[in-house]
Every structure is written in C-alpha cells, then in structure tokens.
Design a binder for this molecule. Structure first.
Ligand code: PLP
Length: 405
C-alpha cells in the first residue's frame, strides 16, 4: 500500500524534529475556519481544544485577520530600543480589562512567569536581603524555563534538571491552614504564585475561601500575590480574567496563550508600585512585545471587550456542563465535572487517551490531562450548533466506552 500523506509527515517529523512531545495525535492540521479544523486530507473536525486554549477567537476571526494583515504590510519588528504603538495599545487594553497598572511583554507563558519571579525577587530584596522565597502549590504548572519550572510543584517536571534555583517552597493547594501556618512563621517570603484553575494539573479549581485567605495574609505580611492566568486569562473562564470571579485584585497577573489568538506572546501586568523594581536594564527580551504579536493582542483584547464574546462563553458553558451532567447520570465512567466558563474538565474513572483517539476519528478534537481528565476548551466564539454537534459526538463515545467497561 502506498504511504499516505500522514505517513510521510510522520516519517519526516521523526527524521527532523526532537521527539520531546512523544507520539503526537495521528493528524496534521493544515487549515482552520471558525470553530473547525481541517487535516492533511481535508477532513473536518470540531475543535474543543483550540491548541491548549490559544485560538480563543477560533480560526479566521475577521478583526484578528485584518489587524495581522495590516501589520504584516506595515512593520513586523523594530525592537525595544524604540517606541511601539501596538505595545502601548495592547497594554492599555490589558489595564482596562484587568486593573490599572503597567505591562511587560514576553513571548510565552513561561517567560511571563519568569519575569514575575524575577520581579518578586527584586521586590523582596528591596525589603530584606533574605526575602527571596516564592511559594507555589502542589500540582501547579507555570512553565518549563528554570525559574517557572522550579515554581511548578511537580517532581516529574524537575527530574534531571538539578540543581534547581533555591528559594521555592511548595504548599498543598486549597489548604488554607497550611498556607496560614507557613506565612505566619516564615519571614523570607517575597511572593506567592498560583493558578485559580490548575489546567495542566487536571482542572482543579481554587476554593474561594482559600484565595481569600491568601490575599488577606499576603496583604498583612507584604507578600506579593501573583496569579498565573496563562491558561485561564483572556475570557476563557467567562470573565476577562479568572481573578475577577474571586473578588480579588492581584499585584501581578501573567498571561499568554489566548492573548495573541495564535501568535506567540506573553505578558506580565502589575500594579504601578512594582514598576521601580524592574527598572532600566534589569530585564528584557528582543522579541518581547514585537509589533506583530502586539497587533494580534490588541485585536484579540478588542474582541474580548465585546459583551457578545463573554456572553457566548456563558451560554456554551452552561450547555456543555448540563449535557455532561446528563451523560454522567447515564454512565459510571464520569467521576467529576469541573471548571469555569469554557475551561471545563471531566474526570473519568478510566484513562482518557482512548477517548481522545476515538473522538479524533469521529471528527472531534478534545484533550486529556492528568491521565484521566478530559479537557473541553473550545473557541470563546464557538457557535451553538458546533457546541451541540461536538457534544453529540462526545456523548456517543462516552456511552460506548462506558458500556465496554
Ligand atoms: N502557566 C500555565 C498556567 C500554563 O498552563 C502554561 C502552559 O500550559 C504555562 C504557564 C506555560 O506557558 P508556555 O507553554 O506558553 O510557556
């Protein structure tokens, strides 16, 4: 049998690329339109994953396309030696959608967190020479560069990379008392970094009482609150940022993924009082906040500001969660349904890899994290017919899988 298009792609992937992502799903997407993806053979898929919550506006959003085409024709890059209108415009929108403050652009989520970690160290040192510790939580995920990786409280992510930077301490997630004990006895803490939904950790949501306690103790002891919204930000949970559903305002928020709608960009946004700690020459990046990336962010944030986008998140979320709850009543393999907005996970009693593969074969893209948690993160703009069609496929395969157990 002659090799298929996909066979050839796989062969070349093995020949030319690092295999650090393991075996990929057996598909190569070559085109997207709205909430749909198309593979190497033109087959159509409903996208419930958006490339790990990146393509928040789906594919081919007219405002994003227009901004990118215009920017490609005007200028791609000039460097941070010069003023940059797109950076200013994107940062203004971030301030409007989060809290008044200042933004520092990076190229990815890990780099945004790296900036936050460096900022926390400089802030801590300004108070006391020993004040450099950063608290994070078990099962968190903050990225793969040395600082963000060390903040990531998962042993398997650290393996083989030691010695790791000193000054990171891990506490149990959602354990209010353990947090209170630590901050009351430890005078060396500069900052705490946390996700309000642990995305890679299995869609585990922070309890309101836990977050409230963190914010009140951090305020009391002068510890910076840093919320990692790399996955939850940019409308994903039904508000521009997830912290807005917790009635708190962090000192630092980091974002990436959805910010560029598919163009790589990350950002750290902070309250104004922190700006002096990363002054001239202290931190930077050649590409950080490049014209093209910031034109994308400006267009994405402009769309997120429109009530119809976040209204759609609520409507689609309600429908998906209700359908999942109905399916759960009919099968034993769904253990739990979690999440906020269109950042939804359901935990299975069995490994989820098979379900992901079957779904792909039937034209639905989903993802599994933490072995048993299926993640549903479609475009925030996904139309209801696509949501319903995706859930019909999902229900069918869950029921089949349930019966096979
Ligand atoms: N922080 C969180 C919460 C994430 O989910 C991720 C990626 O999944 C990162 C940081 C790292 O982002 P990036 O892969 O863009 O470096």
């Amino acid at each position: 049998m002659p090799a298929s298009k996909l066979d050839k792609i796989i062969q070349n992937d093995r020949e030319y690329l690092y295999q650090n992502y393991g075996e990929r799903q057996q598909v190569c997407f070559t085109r997207g339109s709205g909430a749909y993806l198309y593979d190497q053979d033109g087959k159509e898929y409903i996208d419930f994953f958006t490339g790990i919550a990146v393509s928040n506006l789906g594919y081919g959003n007219p405002a994003l396309q227009k901004a990118l085409h215009g920017q490609v024709d005007a200028i791609l890059h000039s460097s941070n030696h010069y003023y940059n209108l797109q950076q200013i415009n994107a940062a203004r929108l971030i301030s409007e959608l989060s809290f008044p403050g200042k933004t520092l652009f990076a190229n990815s989520g890990t780099e945004a967190n790296e900036a936050a970690i460096k900022l926390a160290r400089r802030y801590g040192m300004s108070l006391d020479a020993d004040r450099y510790e950063i608290l994070s939580f078990t099962n968190s995920f903050h990225g793969r560069t040395m600082g963000a990786m060390t903040a990531t409280a998962q042993k398997k992510i650290h393996e083989g990379f030691g010695p790791l930077p000193r000054g990171f301490k891990y506490l149990p997630y959602n354990d209010t008392e353990a947090f209170a004990r630590e901050v009351k006895k430890n005078r060396n803490i500069a900052a705490v970094i946390l996700e309000l939904i642990q995305g890679e950790g299995g869609i585990i949501t922070a309890e309101k009482s836990f977050v409230k306690q963190i914010f009140s103790l951090c305020k009391k002891y002068g510890i910076l609150t840093m919320i990692d919204e790399v996955q939850t930000g940019i409308g994903r949970t039904g508000t521009a940022f997830a912290f807005q559903q917790y009635d708190v305002v962090p000192d630092v928020v980091t974002m990436a993924k959805g910010l560029g709608g598919g163009i790589p960009i990350g950002a750290m946004h902070t309250k104004n009082f922190l700006v002096e700690h990363l002054g001239k020459g202290v931190h930077g990046s050649t590409f950080g906040g490049n014209h093209l990336a910031c034109a994308a962010a400006e267009a994405v944030l402009g769309e997120i500001k429109k009530p119809k986008v976040l209204n759609n998140v609520k409507k689609a979320s309600q429908y998906i969660v209700t359908r999942l709850a109905d399916i759960q009543k009919k099968t034993d393999i769904i253990k739990d349904i979690r999440g906020m907005g269109l950042h939804i996970g359901f935990e299975l009693t069995i490994p989820g890899a098979g379900l992901v593969k079957t779904a792909l074969g039937r034209g639905l893209v989903i993802n599994c994290t933490s072995e048993k948690v299926i993640r549903i993160m479609p475009a925030l703009t996904i139309p209801m017919p696509a949501v319903k069609a995706g859930m019909n496929i999902l229900e069918k395969i869950i029921m089949e899988e349930g019966k096979a157990q």
